[in-house]
Design a protein around this ligand. Sequence first.
Ligand code: UDP
Ligand code: MG
Length: 150
Amino acid sequence: MEKTLLIIKPDGVQRGLVGRILARVEKKGFKISAMKLEKISKEKAEVHYAEHKGKGFYLELLEFITSSPCVLAVIEGKNVIEGLRKMAGKTNPLEADIGTIRGDFAVVVSQNIVHTSDGIESSKREIENFFKNEEIQEHILCTEQWTYGR
Ligand code: UDP
Ligand code: MG
């Protein structure tokens, strides 16, 4: 099934929001296939945010994402890439709808709590940057038939 990378950024971890964010993911019916707490290295951060190199916010973004541990998770589910982007809300928390993670928990764009992959290609690249294949569990939840049908 489709997979995406969820990062609970340093602000989400420091503010004690990990449990609440993961609870939303689980409540939706998405599955955690891998998860770890990691202080992201400068090298991995550069790979992860390569598309933003040269932009005005790039250096601040690298500095922030490497400043303190993040929760890195592979989340799996039907249309999970689009689904988790919707749950995260718009990049700028002030534009994000109330009910989304960013809309409910964040105020400024530079500290917007979560990252989620924006497409199939980026999700593959981003997951590979942070996880070895053997770290990802191919497991079936007993609730899946009640989430997706038989
Ligand atoms: N960002 C920022 N200032 C901006 C635009 C983006 O600090 O003007 C940060 C923000 O934390 C965002 C990240 O850079 O989550 C990556 O930007 P992108 O446009 O890829 O947004 P996302 O995919 O995270 O919604
Ligand atoms: Mg992005």
